[in-house]
Design a binder for this molecule. Sequence first.
Ligand code: SAH
Ligand code: DHB
Ligand code: MG
Length: 233
Amino acid sequence: MTNNETELTTLQQQAKIRQNIEKAIINLFASEDEGLRYALSAARQAGLPQIQISPIQGKMLQLLAAACNAHKILEIGSLAGYSGIWLARALTPGGRLITLEVNPEHAGIVRRAFAEAGVSDRAEVRVGKALDLLPQLVSEAPFDLVFIDADKPPYPQYLEWALRLTRPGSIIVADNCVRGGKAFAELGEPQDEATAALVEYNKRVASDPRLVSLALAMDDDYTDGFAIAVVRS
Ligand code: SAH
Ligand code: DHB
Ligand code: MG
């Protein structure tokens, strides 16, 4: 074999090892039940984009919800309810999830998925543009956990609302904050609006003295993941 072929084989072996590790972690810590699988298949059947969080991210949301004793959770961007089911199941007894979704067709699928997963009693979808709905949530604050996973350009605005709607000890999580490294681009690099917003989001959570935060690559073979921020006490 040539040096290039040897190197390729090594890279393929390493990728395979990472995939097997991920599978083993999912098997042991983050397996999906019928309810979660229903949300995935409903999304597929309706032709929705397959952009749900991964099982490992779902379990990470549950771990974070448990860490802050989450009784009230806010999600921005529901799609078909997959992440919402993970979140709703992590609520303390009597707790509530509010999830915001702009697309009424998606919202209908989410309601059905919540029913199938047995979380309709504690999980509610509100239909509209998140930036229109967020001001109405002031009277329902503080939320213990906020999960941001909707359109990317308003991420910095979603962060401002999350800070307004939380308390010391709350946790603010945002998806897609790695984006193959693009979410850390240096100033001056060409960026589309979505990427620029993710770069801005990371800079803000990294430097805001009210937050302790970290971006974690955990998805798509460690090329995307959450930015996690804890509101300081
Ligand atoms: N959190 C979901 C995936 C969300 S995909 C999961 O992991 O299962 C992003 C969703 O945000 C889509 O359903 C899209 O319709 C919705 N969305 C896009 N822009 C929005 C906006 N301005 N306000 C509310 N929802 C929005
Ligand atoms: C896209 C959006 C997401 O929230 C995601 O997790 C992956 C992809 C997208 O809009 O392409
Ligand atoms: Mg996402």
